[in-house]
Write a protein that binds this ligand. Structure first.
Ligand code: SAM
Ligand code: SF4
Length: 320
């Protein structure tokens, strides 16, 4: 599937729930989110129907996200279903890792290839603060279990927050090894919590300047949105995802499906297409409609423009 700007769209990010067992300050409002009525969210069979049609249009890589995907009932069944589609080459999950110790083996056996784990600090008190109550040890146990069962290479996602974790960068870099990449992600102003992010942005360019001695730059490679570097000492790679300071829109290959059945073509626009009516249609009509929608993917985001207004949908309702 090629969009009007000649980008090959083959990557689908699927949010399987808006709900989460944490309430990260940059992602979720303090009061949490209201549980939606059953009829308002996609059922496991709905996901499978839509994803099956998308694979026929060229989607070969799927990432399950949330909310927290591991709190979604039926997640293992969904992984099994997607993993059994012959077109799928890569099936991963992005999780906060809290429930990973419990699910890693089951998910691996169901066909999951890899896992990304979000962790913004290695200090238990700071972790409790940023996630509004989370237990750091549970995540560390989840990381260990994911390694043990071979859900590798693991990618640790660290959102860089000025004055909160900028002093922990080196500790995170040390965690990188042959089974684990560490990726620093720029904080984005999104949804209701956009105002929280205002003074806390710290660009990855500045971060790289401070830590450039730790990397071999010549080996820097571009895989999707992350630019990776080899560590000078020890094994492992460190990646930088710079949606704000150096956006990657010209190579964007992804679309998103939300838990309430909307297709989002860009993380940073409010435009959405309702997929639920498609569930009643035949395969050819679903595919034609999806093609029409996807052809409307915008050329780039406008987060750096002065008049940019942060999008309405909270991150926990998109999936990152
Ligand atoms: N609950 C899972 C997790 O935390 O990994 C999956 C959903 S979460 C919305 C996906 C990713 O988005 C996480 O890595 C999280 O850190 C990131 N994220 C959430 N809000 C963000 C923001 N305002 N700026 C940058 N990254 C954000
Ligand atoms: Fe939950 Fe992930 Fe959002 Fe944190 S970033 S509140 S873990 S959905």
């Amino acid at each position: 599937m090629v969009d009007q700007f000649e980008r090959q769209i083959h990557y689908l990010r699927v949010s399987v729930t808006d709900l989460c067992n944490l309430k990260c300050q940059y992602c979720m409002p303090e009061e949490g989110v209201e549980k939606k009525a059953h009829q308002d969210i996609l059922r496991i069979e709905d996901y499978l129907k839509l994803i099956t049609e998308m694979t026929k249009l060229g989607i070969d890589k799927v990432r399950l996200t949330g909310g927290e995907p591991l709190v979604r009932k039926g997640i293992v069944e969904l992984v099994e279903g997607i993993g059994s589609l012959k077109e799928i080459k890569d099936l991963a999950i992005t999780t906060n890792g809290v429930l990973l110790k419990k699910y890693a083996k089951e998910l691996k056996d169901a066909g999951l290839t890899r896992v990304n784990i979000s962790i913004d600090t290695l200090d238990p008190d700071k972790y409790r603060e940023i996630t509004r109550g989370g237990d750091l040890q549970a995540v560390l146990d989840g990381i260990a279990e994911a390694k043990r069962v071979g859900l590798t290479p693991i990618k640790l996602n660290v959102v860089v927050i000025n004055g909160f974790n900028t002093d922990e960068v080196q500790d995170f870099i040390q965690m990188a090894d042959e089974d684990l990449d560490v990726r620093f992600i720029e904080l984005m102003p999104i949804g209701q919590v956009a105002t929280w992010t205002k003074d806390k942005f710290f660009s990855n360019e500045k971060l790289l300047e401070q830590y450039r001695d730790l990397f071999i730059f010549e080996d820097g490679e571009q895989y999707g949105p992350a630019k990776y570097y080899q560590k000078k000492e020890g094994k492992g790679r460190v990646g930088f995802i710079n949606p704000i300071s150096n956006h990657f829109c010209s190579t964007c290959n992804r679309v998103r499906m939300t838990a309430d059945g909307k297709l989002k073509l860009c993380l940073h626009t409010n435009e959405e297409f309702d997929l639920k009516p498609l569930l009643e249609l035949d395969s050819a009509t679903i595919q034609n409609t999806l093609k029409t929608y996807i052809s409307k993917k915008p050329q780039r985001h406008h987060m750096n423009d002065q008049e940019f207004v942060p999008i309405v949908r909270d991150m926990n309702r998109i999936g990152g």
